[in-house]
Ligand binder design. Sequence first.
Ligand SMILES: CC(C)(COP(=O)(O)OP(=O)(O)OC[C@H]1O[C@@H](n2cnc3c(N)ncnc32)[C@H](O)[C@@H]1OP(=O)(O)O)[C@@H](O)C(=O)NCCC(=O)NCCS
Length: 251
Amino acid sequence: MRWRSSQSRRPQPPPRCRTRACTARVLRSRVTLSPPVELRTARLVLRPWKPSDVEPFARLNADDEVMEYLPGPLERKDSDASADRISAIIESEGWGWWAVELVSTGTFIGFTGLSRTAFDAPFTPAVEVGWRLARPAWGHGYATEGARAAVRFGFDVLDLPEIVSFTVAGNRRSRAVMERLGMTHDPREDFDHPRLPPGHVLRRHVLYRLAREAPTISVRRGQEAGDRRHGQRSGRDVRRVAGRTRALGGD
Ligand SMILES: CC(C)(COP(=O)(O)OP(=O)(O)OC[C@H]1O[C@@H](n2cnc3c(N)ncnc32)[C@H](O)[C@@H]1OP(=O)(O)O)[C@@H](O)C(=O)NCCC(=O)NCCS
């Protein structure tokens, strides 16, 4: 794996953080990967964005059902600006919210990946895992499959001590993805999203956490049978496909 910095190997944070200060230091450290990373799973490619993604991204951002628990739906110009911002982060840092493409058809279905939480809250600084898929792509396990690869990348390559996720309390589908990833929710950490005004219907959020040691896998439909705790080499489901190949999940 090549690094944009002069270091010949990736920065090594402390193997285990036992204090908030240590965790904050790791989460604030800027890790830049060049060229940008792509991840492959059995059915998905998580890759940097292409100009052709902008159109289907605008369609999903204009869908009331997709945006039910997000501020939206988005107008075309706002969707395009969002795609630009997401894409720019991947280009500059090498990781982020990757565009998700189906291996079988090459169809863009949305995004999943990791992002530094961009507001202050009791749980920040943090890196979050997130997702947004077009409606026809729901109900196939794609969000969990892609997010699982992103989480493993976050732990194995970025050496994150923890990954969080959050959503509106009523977003059952999103919470189900978090739970399938092995994330846990403590109601005492529910919070009001600081970017939404008091009284806004989407303001109250639930927070889920996943520590590096915790299981990231829950068995689903036999597809991941025999699956394992995070950190154990696990199969052919995750690997870099751009630049120098790196097997994240083992082979
Ligand atoms: C949140 C979101 C990504 C979840 O999508 P999803 O398809 O429900 O989640 P998964 O990809 O994990 O798929 C799980 C479903 O696929 C089914 N499935 C079908 N084939 C499967 C397979 N081969 N493997 C695993 N699951 C499979 C599961 O049974 C499950 O169905 P169920 O919900 O009826 O139990 C999607 O609803 C979405 O994009 N929402 C809008 C954006 C949003 O709210 N984002 C979060 C903001 S914080």
